[in-house]
Write a protein that binds this ligand. Structure first.
Ligand code: NAG
Ligand code: NAG
Length: 466
């Protein structure tokens, strides 16, 4: 029952527009070259690198020309956990998730299966939505702020694959057994002098699943398989990065981006991609990619959105039912989003959606229907003024959505749309998980932003305690 989908109507840019783009590109390359020379002169390690006068017209943008330094100066120590807390779990990758075989998804340190770079240069993977914790770990291992000396560390990263563990135990009826590894982790950490120094206040976790999966005790309700990790006193002392925080009681929880498909290794690849989405033709006013949800109150708005989208000639609908392969194809998803000016982000099983991050990656302005889909979640990553980069349609009061989305969106001036999109495109680097093997990235990705903000946060926590 796949909805019939038109191919995106890519039209060739008019000559004048092409001229403008060419001019901008040339200007940009010139600026970039100046910056490169400046960086080379600045970096003692590369002073011997030949910057010949007869340099090629295109500057050498190879990553080796930029030195990797820990910008903020705050160092991170990574705990060497017993394998049962992370890598050991992967041995049984077929059983890490009760709904699907995770083996293809945990491959390549969590990036998943490679996708041919048909969209642009850089590494592209069919990355699973709940695998951020693995990518975070892989990226941390080669991060310039890493120190192997706990005495020099300002913050301490505990690389527990809690999300994978949780999803492997959703059907475990014996609660003790379901919680076991979480309880063991808390006990294990408390044995270290580095923990005891500040009671774990300078320690953090990064979890690839939503906080709801780790709050069985505090979140009274039907048992859907959660454990108690985030209810444990030791863990409550830590900072917890999670793709979805509990907006009301998750006071030590901080939203981190879901991983999308683009994992660049250089600034050049990032800039090329940003250029591409800026220039993308967007014949559709809006689009919706997703499936209907049965019986879920939060997701009631979904059915209405699907209906409105199907009825509008200005909306591109990619309805996901069953195993529709299009909806799992990074290329199809991004192409649809790149041909639309706005992308609807209806809540699904929980408030947040990975799709929000796909949408930003595609330069498609997200439209939210709940404040908890992004605004109360990713405060460390998104501008405070939501209207700069998104549209909000209030559907939190429940009941039927009476707003006609097409009317709301078509009233926004072209100039304003342009401005918002430019903000969205500007946000791409900080919401992207760079390739873990990238060492001299040249831009701040999601992990860099998380570390910088954590370090600041921990400092203020500790000073307020002392
Ligand atoms: C990173 O590089 C190492 C060594 O070259 C390689 O074995 C590994 O597969 C790479 N990691 C990823 C995620 O591609
Ligand atoms: C949590 O932190 C407080 C200090 O803020 C400390 O007294 C307590 O022992 C810590 N809890 C654990 C389990 O380490």
């Amino acid at each position: 029952m796949a909805a019939s989908l038109e191919k995106p109507k890519y039209t060739r840019p008019r000559t004048a527009a092409r001229w403008k783009h060419g001019l901008l590109l040339a200007l940009f390359l010139a600026l970039w070259f100046l910056l490169l020379i400046f960086r080379l002169q600045d970096s003692p390690a590369h002073q011997t690198k030949d910057v010949k006068t007869n340099a090629p017209a295109k500057p050498d943008r190879s990553p080796a020309t930029l030195a990797a330094t820990c910008d903020g100066g705050d160092m991170v120590y990574i705990y060497e956990l017993p394998p049962k807390f992370n890598f050991g779990l992967l041995n049984d990758c077929r059983r890490l998730n009760i709904y699907m075989d995770m083996c293809p998804h945990v491959a390549n340190r969590g990036l998943g299966q490679p996708v041919a770079p048909v969209l642009g240069p850089g590494r592209w993977h069919a990355t699973h939505q709940f695998i951020g914790e693995m990518i975070f770990h892989a990226r941390m291992e080669r991060h310039p702020c890493r120190t192997n000396d706990p005495a020099r560390a300002h913050i301490f990263y505990v690389p527990f694959y809690g999300g994978l563990y949780a999803s492997s135990k959703f059907r475990e009826q014996d609660l003790r057994s379901r919680d076991e590894l979480a309880v063991e982790l808390a006990e294990y950490l408390q044995g270290f002098p580095w923990w005891q120094r500040h009671g774990g206040r300078d320690h953090f976790l990064a979890l690839g699943r939503t906080a709801w999966d780790f709050m069985r005790k505090s979140n009274q309700g039907p048992d859907f398989g959660a454990n108690v990790l985030l209810d444990l006193p030791a863990i409550k002392n830590m900072s917890v990065l999670t793709v979805e925080r509990q907006p009301w009681s998750g006071l030590n929880q901080y939203g981190m981006p879901y991983p999308s498909y683009f994992h660049p290794t250089t600034l050049d690849q990032m800039l090329t991609w940003q250029d591409k989405v800026r220039q993308s033709e967007r014949p559709y006013l809006f689009s919706f990619i997703g499936g209907p949800r049965k019986g879920l109150e939060k997701a009631a708005v979904r059915d209405e959105l699907i209906k409105q989208c199907a009825e509008s000639s200005q909306c591109r609908l990619m309805k996901c039912v069953g195993g529709d392969s299009k909806c799992h194809s990074p290329v199809e998803i991004l192409k649809a989003m790149m041909s639309s000016r706005f992308c609807l982000q209806a809540p699904g099983d929980s408030f947040t959606r990975r799709s929000t991050f796909d949408s930003v990656l595609a330069g498609c302005i997200p439209v939210f229907f709940s404040r908890h889909t992004a605004y109360t979640q990713y405060m460390w990553f998104l501008p405070e003024d939501h209207s700069e980069y998104s549209v909000y349609v209030d559907a939190e009061s429940g009941g039927a959505l009476t707003t006609k989305i097409e009317d709301v969106l078509s009233k926004i001036s072209a100039e304003r749309v342009e401005k918002m999109r430019s903000k969205v495109v500007e946000l791409i680097p900080r919401l992207t998980y760079a390739h873990p093997n990238a060492t001299n990235l040249g831009f701040k990705d999601a992990v860099d932003v998380a570390l910088e903000t954590l370090a600041r946060h921990v400092k203020s926590e500790l000073s307020s305690l002392s």
